[in-house]
Design a protein around this ligand. Sequence first.
Ligand SMILES: [Zn+2]
Length: 388
Amino acid sequence: METRRSADSAAAVLRAVLDHGPIARSSIARVTRLSAATVTGVAASLMERGLIREAPEAAGPPGIGRPHVPLDLAADAVAVIGVHVAVPRTTVALLDLRGRIIAQRRDPHDGRDPASVLPALAGRIAALRRRHGGRRRILGLGVATGGWVDTANGTVVEHPFLGWRDVPVGAALAEATGLPVRVDSNSRALLSAEQLFGAVAGRARESAVHLFAGNVVDVAFAAGGVVHQGPRSAAGAVAHLPVEGCAELCPCGRVGCLQAAVSERALVRRARAAGLIDRPEINDLVDVAATGHPEAIALLRERARLVGRAAALLLDLFDPDVLVVAEAGANRLPASLATLRAEVAAGSSAGVDVLATVHPSSFPGNVLAVAGGAVALHQVYAASPALS
Ligand SMILES: [Zn+2]
């Protein structure tokens, strides 16, 4: 059994290689403040597990007495599988240790019943491994989904739009795939992806808030590098945060709830009614707006304004180093991002520097695949025994 301290050291060394690799053992010792002997021992064990290797130009007998030979992630020898379950479809992806997507597939649901979704997912996972896995060893499977997810038990406690309650997703997929499975909420997953691989990862490891606006709207926060789970895994439910200037009726019976106002479903319904798009796809609306269509731009800016109001409130609540917003419009359209930042500046009483603090997602176009992958990669990089 690995001790807690050696697991912490292994995580620190692995993250140093992620951040700086290829990097010499002597430099790892400097950035992690571990002793040279500890780094040598930990590196040998990480090499044995196939997670890191000596950089190819330094090929030769590995090990002791070669402190300056650079180490790098074994990015093409191992992979994780990321799964995202959304309201209209599932995403299944293969990612390397740097969180880069090797391959992904998106499939609409045949039905939303877990009894049909989970076996279909298992089939798609197997197909993706066969087609794109090659000789890579799969370290684990991560599942992200909106709504209320209990990570400790691997269950989706409640996902109102899918109609799921107490669904043991982790156990079902572990049995079907034979892989270690971890399940987490979409928002916590994306925050941990920002901390590992994001554009402002260094500051996101200090303290960060992640606001996701898709069909589901949810929030995650982290302090001291740790994403908050909470005793019930329930933090971050902001669906019914009241926002001004919204006439949409929420399923909870009230008017003016954030999720009802900005959910993709509501937005694409409005866009279809206005004849802007043919399919209920948010990305189609963003495409139309990107061509300069004023009505499409206006719809997305209105959404950015409402999301910006919620973001202002979150900034005042948490005072984070960074606030990352994953919203389809702000992630791709400079005008939407500017509107969102302006709304934060106007709505926050903390007087924050919005350009330095408010950032769009680092994974535009791939947030769902990255979310699932990050749930599995979190386990690899966290201070716990790596999946093997
Ligand atoms: Zn509501």
